[in-house]
Design a binder for this molecule. Structure first.
Ligand code: FES
Length: 241
């Protein structure tokens, strides 16, 4: 099981994570100040229930899945080159955290919470205003190779832990910590960095009712597995400004 993304937690926390990550849902701070929150360990599967294989991911495709909650979208991308390791980032409250890099054979697979930290724009079935733009793609404001929120054009660097590098957002994307096991299966295990989940749950009550039945159902933790689909399959209209 790949461990590169695991942080140097305090001895007590590290032991607890190793034994039962699904039992730990509180926010943890590692010895080095990293902001790290273990959630349920969840396997990424396709619509038919087949495991997603890391080596089969298309390069620069947006893959949407919900984690760590039933109603919180994340996007996984297999980049053209490895993500950088040991990137120090700073949340808007000043908390430092360390991004350890991507997973997969070449360290090119990354995943981030797809909720913009500025004003919570996120992919929806009707359309997506938030997604990864491939390296050959462009927007009016930016060249590609980055996550861009089309609402106010914040840009986030996928190879540097989701660091904000443009626009009005004041902090980066929360990273979804992935593991790839010996059979090439992909698991989501934790979230690194500042999250906007509570603000998101407070803001989109009608959306949760429409797509999940109600907000209570959207706030449930994903358990055991989460379905993965391409953004072009998930969203009817992918907006690029
Ligand atoms: S909501 Fe994303 S940049 Fe404003």
């Amino acid at each position: 099981m790949e461990r590169r993304n695991f942080l140097r937690l305090s001895a007590t926390s590290a032991m607890a994570v190793a034994i039962a990550p699904s039992l730990i849902t509180q926010r943890l701070y590692a010895e080095d100040g990293s902001l790290f929150q273990p959630f349920e360990k969840v396997q990424l599967k396709d619509a038919e229930g087949n495991p997603i294989k890391a080596s089969a991911l298309a390069v620069e495709e947006n893959y949407v899945f919900n984690y760590p909650y039933v109603g919180t979208p994340a996007i996984m991308v297999n980049l053209t080159s490895p993500a950088e390791k040991d990137i120090e980032l700073t949340a808007e409250d000043g908390t430092k955290y360390i991004y350890r890099g991507g997973v997969g054979a070449k360290g090119t697979i990354v995943a981030y919470s797809a909720i913009c930290p500025h004003q919570l724009t996120h992919p929806q079935p009707e359309m997506s205003m938030f997604h990864y733009i491939d390296e050959k793609g462009t927007t009016k404001a930016y060249s590609g190779g980055a996550f861009v929120c089309m609402s106010h054009l914040s840009r986030f660097e996928p190879k540097q832990g989701g660091k904000v590098v443009g626009g009005p957002a004041t902090q980066g994307l929360a990273s979804i910590i992935l593991e790839v096991d010996a059979e090439d299966n992909i698991w989501a295990v934790a979230v690194l960095g500042p999250v906007k989940f509570q603000d998101y749950f407070d803001a989109f009550k009608d959306e949760f009712k429409k797509f999940y039945g109600n907000r209570r159902k959207a706030k449930k933790l994903t358990k055991e597995e989460t379905k993965v689909q391409t953004l072009k399959n998930f969203s009817a209209d992918i907006i690029r400004l």
